[in-house]
Design a protein around this ligand. Structure first.
Ligand code: SF4
Ligand code: SF4
Ligand code: SF4
Length: 413
């Protein structure tokens, strides 16, 4: 197999399958700093797609508390351990390039003799799937502090005792391990939006995808004896939801988000398989220009299409293991946002329709301060969001408007 280009690890990479690039790619940004773990996203997906017999333990969307939580239990610690064993010199980066071996490269080295494994992985035991919220709200303990708590408590840049919420769905990866591992060729990536689907007719339930997916987002259903996974709510993307008026609409888990932490969209992919420049697409801007949102475990090598604004209070080494070497820049950028980033952050959850382009109309300066040693200025700009056909979807301002209710009607519904 020829090497493929993986921009997240900044080098060519061995991938044991023919690469297929879509014209547009399903992608999303989750702002971890704002999540309140209400699990509304989890229930939105569950009540739409996985409420049937045999799907009781199937949570295509889950929100887990890090560092101890995980669904299935300890999924990332287990994959990281396997990767550590395959990378005796550590999972290290130099100048933005991953020096170690990805799950595909490590499998080629260690398992090629029997040819049965295309990716380093493991099959979780049944009991590891039994609950999506183990260790919810459990923080790390502070060694030496009474009750494991630190007297200094919660001061930035790093809290002494900490946890954070990690929101997870299938990443509809550019180089999916699930797809490469399927001996039935039952998994495919849609050319129109890059969504990765399992053909339920072709699947025979061998669970090779469950074993190979490093994010453990392919799941086996006991009643049908085949595997299932997040379908990216593709009928909504196709504009088939009655509410969508024929326009591409964000998924159920995105639009239900109470904390307004999620923004989903479609990014343009060129003929060479790389992202095309699309400067005023909000995802392109946050991921490729501002570099404020980072991929989850880029060293795995699947080039996931889910991106995260990392939590500001968490020890940096932990975050760098999870999101790669861009963590310091992302946090510095997010905590003192410039004028454009502040405007783009207002796009989150203002509409159920997918935003393809934004435009900023400048407004007056309304605030100024010093934050983290830098000058911070707040302008009350207006940001206008456009849809697929270039039509205006909505416009909003950086300063949230305050609506004062008439006191005579304060109790009315
Ligand atoms: S996250 Fe896992 S299931 Fe989803 S596309 Fe990537 S490898 Fe496949
Ligand atoms: S995109 Fe749709 S199918 Fe996938 S986790 Fe979200 S709600 Fe579920
Ligand atoms: S709905 Fe939003 S805020 Fe609530 S848990 Fe999900 S991602 Fe977090």
């Amino acid at each position: 197999m020829p090497d493929v280009k993986n921009w997240q690890i900044n080098r060519p990479m061995y991938y044991p399958y023919e690469e297929h690039h879509p014209r547009r790619q399903f992608a999303f940004v989750f702002n971890i700093n704002r999540c309140i773990a209400c699990q509304t996203c989890t229930m939105a997906c569950k009540s739409t797609w996985t409420f049937s017999k045999g799907q009781e333990y199937m949570w295509w969307n889950n929100v887990e508390t890090k560092p101890y939580g995980g669904y299935p239990q300890h999924w990332d610690a287990k994959v990281l351990k396997l990767l550590d064993e395959a990378n005796p010199n550590g999972q290290t980066w130099s100048d933005g390039t991953f020096d170690g071996q990805t799950i595909f490269e490590a499998a080629r080295k260690h398992y090629d003799a029997d040819g049965h494994k295309v990716a380093l992985g493991y099959l979780p035991a049944d009991e590891e799937w039994r609950a999506p919220n183990f260790s919810e709200d459990v923080s790390t303990a502070y060694v030496g502090g009474a009750l494991g708590l630190s007297k200094e408590g919660v001061s930035l840049p790093e809290h002494k005792t900490w946890f954070f919420y990690l929101q997870r769905i299938c990443n509809h990866c550019t180089y999916p391990a699930c797809l490469a591992a399927c001996p039935r060729k039952a998994i495919y990536k849609r050319p129109e939006d890059g969504i990765v689907l399992i053909d339920q007719e072709r699947c025979r339930g061998y669970r090779k995808c469950v074993e190979a997916c490093p994010y453990k987002k392919s799941m086996f259903r006991g009643t049908t004896r085949v595997s299932e996974k997040c379908i990216g709510c593709y009928p909504r993307l196709e504009g088939k939801d009655p509410l969508s008026e024929g326009q591409p609409m964000e998924t159920r888990c995105m639009t239900a988000c109470v904390g307004q932490i999620r923004l989903q969209g479609l990014v343009k992919i060129g003929a060479n398989g790389e992202w095309e420049e699309d400067r005023y697409n909000p995802l392109y801007y946050m991921i490729r220009v501002a570099k404020v949102a980072l991929p989850l475990y880029p060293q795995f090598g699947t080039e996931p299409n889910g991106y995260y604004i990392p939590p500001r209070w968490v020890p940096r080494d932990y975050l760098k293991q999870m999101f790669g070497p861009g963590v310091d820049h992302a946090i510095e950028t997010y905590q003192v946002p410039d004028r454009e980033l502040l405007a783009v952050l207002q796009l989150f959850r203002k509409s159920q329709k997918i935003v393809f382009r934004y435009e900023i109309k400048e407004g007056p300066k309304v605030f100024e301060a010093e934050r983290f040693g830098k000058k911070f200025e707040l302008f009350n700009d207006t940001i206008i969001a456009y849809g697929q056909e270039g039509q205006e979807l909505f416009r909003t301002t950086v300063e949230e408007p305050i609506h004062v209710r008439d006191p005579r009607h304060s109790n009315s519904v």
